[in-house]
Design a protein around this ligand. Structure first.
Ligand code: UGA
Length: 466
């Protein structure tokens, strides 16, 4: 059992602290926001994350997990101090804002009175480990106090964060002191994952390179989607066909509205910025960002090509969160789409199973004209009298709606499937004018009779394999 402190009770901090407690360690989570800590003490979590509440409750009850705003209390006898505060995009078109990391480092230094290993989990620009060391060193209350700094980038995804923490593909540790990295490695041994120990800069770069590569995969398939649409191929099947190749893999090849969230947009920008600053020309990263921006705009193109003007039209929006199983609205495509259509004079009816509150805040912050936005409590209300329905987030519940009822309640039967969760033939059968993302129709019959197996086999190579 180790004594651990985690600074920051956001996504990464709360999941890391809770899961480390669940592995038998004594964990104190610290945050400077008193209200957040008060609510956590009452068992109210600041984020929606499946499974997390139960693990928090179990470990608080077992007295392995506690919450405080007091650094002194948190660092007493502590062996490992995780920094897990956010690093938003800074003022400089992409640079990461290190303000919170530096202030956490200062607070640690001012309370530290014994040797401890400081582990950075926040995504920080390459070289930041040295900055953390310097800030701590400069603010220590006694010059004889020793400490080590280790970088331990986080790879968990919102919506499956607890499972990701418990089943990592790898644990990456970077330090100029291998013994310190080795001590941190022991914390993770029971997870039975590959543990890679490297230097500080390389560990920090592994995080950026991993996120940038996944974002590149998404922008790549979105570019292919555009080409598919023009040439009459179906990107969904193209992705399946490509994914059988083990060198490519099927994951992260879902074409749609592009990536959002608190990580990919910020990290690709930050990596491009670091490269620019180093005098390089990261052309691929810039293309990844451009494609991602344009992808959202294709929804507006589709709407205007089918409806003509959007003025006085009613657009139904299904899903607000940047992806399912979260209420996170950061850089969510819904924000841009709603802003663009309302600017053109449309009103919108929206529904999201969990992101109504965060959605309202995010739309407000983005300067959306809120009188044009109605929040509904069911997908069926969203469709009522709408001129078009847009699927923005692929929540599971949208996959089993009564589409006939939806179609019948709409004013005009336009369905834009931003996440490719439906099949054109099924939707056309209900009478929709259906448009997916990258789903060319050149070779596809407009309505496929379900009993016509031979045409299905010709049309779907994946089915012919089984
Ligand atoms: C991402 C990474 O997947 C995590 O490994 C990493 O730890 C995290 O960022 C981080 O840096 O903290 P996350 O942002 O939670 O995790 O979400 P993902 O599930 O990776 O999805 C990111 C975005 O890509 C979403 O907007 C999603 O809709 C989009 N996406 C994903 C696609 O458009 N197509 C795909 O095929 C996959």
């Amino acid at each position: 059992m180790a004594i651990v402190s985690v600074i920051g009770t956001g996504y990464v901090g709360l999941v890391t602290g809770t899961c480390l407690a669940d592995m038998g360690n004594q964990v104190t989570c610290v945050d400077i926001v008193e209200e957040k800590i008060e609510r956590l003490k009452q068992g109210i979590l600041p984020i929606y994350e499946p499974g997390l509440e139960e693990v928090v409750e179990r470990n608080v009850r077992a007295k392995r997990l506690r919450f405080t705003t007091n650094y002194h209390e948190a660092l007493e006898q502590c062996e490992f101090i995780f920094i897990a505060v956010n690093t938003p995009t800074g003022a400089n078109q992409g640079s990461a804002d290190m303000r919170y990391v530096e202030s956490a480092a200062r607070n640690i230094a001012q309370e530290l009175d014994h040797y401890a290993i400081i582990i950075n989990k926040s995504t920080v620009p390459v070289g930041s480990g040295d900055i953390v060391s310097r800030v701590i060193y400069d603010n220590l209350k006694r010059s004889d106090i020793r400490f080590s700094v280790v970088s331990n980038p986080e790879f968990l995804r919102e919506g499956s964060a607890v499972l990701d923490f418990q089943n990592p593909d790898r644990v990456v540790l970077g330090s100029s002191e291998p013994e310190a990295a080795g001590a941190v490695a022991r914390l993770y041994l029971s997870l039975r994952a590959p543990i890679m120990i490297t230097d500080l800069y390389t560990a920090e770069m592994i995080k950026y390179a991993s996120n940038a590569f996944l974002a590149t995969k998404i922008s790549f398939i979105n570019e292919i989607a555009q080409i598919c649409e023009r040439l009459g191929a179906d990107v969904k099947e193209v992705a399946v066909g490509m994914g059988y190749d083990k060198r490519i893999g099927r994951a992260f090849l879902d074409a749609g509205l592009g990536y959002g969230g608190s990580c990919f947009p910020k990290d690709v920008r930050a990596l491009a910025y670091m490269a620019d600053e180093a005098g390089l020309h990261p052309q691929l990263l810039h293309a990844v960002m451009d494609i991602n921006h344009d992808q959202r705009h294709h929804v507006i193109d589709k709407l205007t090509s089918l409806l003509g003007t959007l003025r006085n039209s009613t657009i139904g929006i299904l899903g607000l969160a940047f992806k399912p199983n979260t209420d996170d609205m950061r850089e969510a495509p819904a924000i841009d789409i709603i802003r663009w259509v309302t600017t053109q004079g449309a009103s919108v009816q929206v529904y999201d199973p969990v992101a109504s509150e965060t959605g309202r805040e995010a739309l407000n912050l983005a300067g959306v004209y809120m009188d044009a936005v109605t929040f509904n409590t069911t997908p069926y209300e969203v469709a009522q009298n709408a001129d078009a329905l847009v699927i923005v987030t692929e929540w599971n519940e949208f996959k089993s709606l009564n589409m006939q009822q939806i179609r019948n309640s709409m004013h005009r039967p336009v369905l834009i499937d931003g996440r490719n969760i439906y099949e054109a033939s099924d939707m056309e059968h209900y009478g929709f004018i259906y448009r997916g993302m990258g789903r060319g129709t050149a070779a596809a019959p407009s309505i496929l009779p379900p009993e016509d197996i031979s045409s299905l086999v010709n049309r779907r190579p994946t089915l012919s394999l089984v």
